[in-house]
Design a protein around this ligand. Sequence first.
Ligand SMILES: NC(=O)c1ccc[n+]([C@@H]2O[C@H](COP(=O)([O-])OP(=O)(O)OC[C@H]3O[C@@H](n4cnc5c(N)ncnc54)[C@H](OP(=O)(O)O)[C@@H]3O)[C@@H](O)[C@H]2O)c1
Length: 217
Amino acid sequence: MKTFIICIQTLCGKITPVGFGSEEDRRFLEMWRERTNATLLGAGSLRAGDPEFRDTSGRIPEKRIRAIVTMSGRLPLEKNIFNRGPAPIVFCAQDVSDSLRRHLGGRAEIVAVRKRGDNELDLSQVSAILQDKGVNSLLVEGGGRLNYFCLKQGIVDEILVTVAPKLLTSNRETPLVDGDQNLGSPFLDLEFISCKCHPKTGELFLRYKVIKGKNSG
Ligand SMILES: NC(=O)c1ccc[n+]([C@@H]2O[C@H](COP(=O)([O-])OP(=O)(O)OC[C@H]3O[C@@H](n4cnc5c(N)ncnc54)[C@H](OP(=O)(O)O)[C@@H]3O)[C@@H](O)[C@H]2O)c1
C-alpha cells in the first residue's frame, strides 16, 4: 500500500482558513483522487466543512472508498458524505462503535480498531483493513492532526503539498502537521521528488518522499 498526504498550505505552513487554493490546485487534488483508491479524512475536517471527494468530472466515484477517523465519535449526520455517494467507512475505537452505529444507521460502515494511547487509533491497522478491501493507494486529505498521526505512526510514503503565495500572522490557524512531539530529532527528513510551478497563480506543486527510519539531529 502506498500512502500520500495531500494538502495546500500558505508560505508560512498553515492549512487554514480554507479556500485559498486556485482552480489549478482543485484539479490537482481531484486528479490525485483518480490515481488512488481511497481517501482518509480526520473528523475535524468533516466537522469544519462538507467534503464529498469528487473527481475531475465532478462525480463521486461509486467504487472509491471514503474513510473518516474519529476518536470522539462526533460525526454530524447531515454532512453530505453520509447522504450522497457510497456509504463511507468510519474508523473508531471499540468504546464508541455501538453508539456510532446507532447514530449513523446504515449510512456508514463502522469499523472498530485498536487504540495507541488515549487519543489515537492505530493507523497501521486502518491501512491493513483498507488493503484487505482492495486499496493499494491511499490519499490522506488532512487535516493537520490526522497528518501528524499518520507521519508519527510511519504510514506515509509521500507528501504532495501545494504552496500558495500567501502569508498570515495568526497563530490560531492549523499547520500542515499539528502535533505535540517532534517527528524526528528534531526534523523528519524528506527527499525531493518534483516541483512544478504554476506561474499564473504563483502556486508551487511540491512532491516529497518521506525518509523512514532516519531521524535528523
Ligand atoms: N488546506 C488543506 O489542504 C486542508 C486539508 C484538510 C483539512 N484542512 C482544514 O484543516 C482543519 C482541520 O484540521 P484539524 O487538524 O483540526 O483536524 P483533522 O486532522 O481533520 O481531524 C482531527 C480529528 O480526527 C480524528 N483523528 C485524527 N487522527 C486520529 C487518530 N490517529 N486516531 C483517532 N482519531 C483521529 C480525531 O477526531 P475526533 O475529534 O472526532 O476524536 C481528531 O480530533 C479544517 O479547518 C479543515 O478545513 C485543510
